[in-house]
Ligand binder design. Structure first.
Ligand code: 8YV
Length: 312
């Protein structure tokens, strides 16, 4: 018998081709009446293949009595109701490790882009302004004090890169890592105060919601730059927009937002931000590895084998 799976959003075509060859795939994003699609296949769907930012709510899972597994194309599982999954014996997998280095790369890339004003400089050259005057001077990254918020896999990968820039690295997180040569600062306000750049790499979810608030931004100060490569939910976006508009911080590099992909229009009017469309893991290499891991987890589950990267 063919196994039915529900997808909440598309994957690249190489994954779609493989999934569609192995399963009967129901595509939630292609229909207007989602409830009708779900209810007409509710007794058949045994898996959800989702994405980090789309997740799987308890309401969705509750409509699928045969659901056995939710496989997430992404590391962050904050949009999946893990408690519901646990209670209902639904397995959950994610895609850790394979995306770490690319997400750290974009963190450093955003920091350089904001501080050195790379997009503005590009526009300056294209507009012919260079012929008339030299561009205003920018901010150095090399050797500066970087505060990393969250010292998990991605935080560590950011730190390794920043160490090569001779940055002075300190971090905030759930615990001190005795094996790391960086200063642990258990108070986020304190970390912001002593940092010139703050890079957020924390997991999303209720525990970290708005952890970077107006007080943290004020402590980072008018010469400070904020980078967020984690989840939009970790930063109080209202406070961030106000801080960027008023000059309470110097600038921000953002890969993630509150209302993706329909982000607050005020971001587009700011000249001190560099914006990315949640693309930290968006390289061909990493996305191929993520898709493979999702498919391998599904194959392991339906083949009665041990899951490769279980969360629940
Ligand atoms: C997205 C991510 O899942 O890994 C995560 O947690 O946020 C990303 O990798 C990606 O955009 C795929 O949807």
């Amino acid at each position: 018998a063919v196994t039915d799976i529900l997808m909440t959003g598309p994957y690249p075509e190489w994954d779609m081709a493989d999934l569609e060859a192995k399963y009967r795939v129901h595509k939630l994003w292609q229909v207007d009446d989602r409830d009708a699609l779900i209810s007409s296949h509710a007794d058949a769907i045994r898996a959800i293949a989702t994405r980090g930012e789309l997740g799987a709510s308890a309401a969705l899972m509750a409509k699928l009595p045969k659901l056995e597994i939710v496989s997430c194309y992404g590391m962050g599982t904050d949009a999946i109701d893990l408690a519901y999954a646990r209670e209902n014996r639904i397995r959950v997998t994610n895609t850790p490790d394979v995306l770490t280095e690319d997400v750290a790369d974009i963190g450093i890339g955003l920091l350089l882009a904001v501080a050195r004003m790379i997009p503005q400089a590009d526009a300056y050259v294209r507009a012919g302004s260079w012929r008339k005057a030299n561009m205003p001077l920018v901010t150095r990254v090399y050797g500066k004090r970087l505060g990393i918020v969250g010292m998990g896999r991605i935080g560590k990968a950011v730190a390794r890169r920043a160490a090569a820039f001779d940055c002075e690295i300190a971090y905030f997180g759930t615990r001190r890592h005795d094996d790391l040569p960086y200063d642990f600062v258990g108070n986020l306000v304190e970390l912001a105060r002593r940092s010139e750049f703050l890079m957020v790499t924390l997991a999303g979810g209720e525990g970290t919601r708005n952890i970077v608030n107006a007080e943290i931004l004020a402590a980072l100060g008018p010469d400070g730059i904020l980078i967020n490569i984690a989840r939009g939910s970790t930063v109080d976006e209202t406070a961030l927009l106000t801080a960027l508009e008023s000059g309470a911080i110097k600038g921000a590099g953002l890969d993630v937002f509150w209302n993706e992909p329909t982000i607050d229009e005020r971001f587009g009017r700011l000249s001190n931000v560099v914006l990315q469309p949640h693309h930290g893991s968006g390289t061909v290499e990493t996305r191929k590895a993520m898709g493979q891991l999702v498919r391998d987890n599904l194959a392991a589950h339906f083949g009665g084998r041990t899951l490769l990267t279980p969360v629940v």
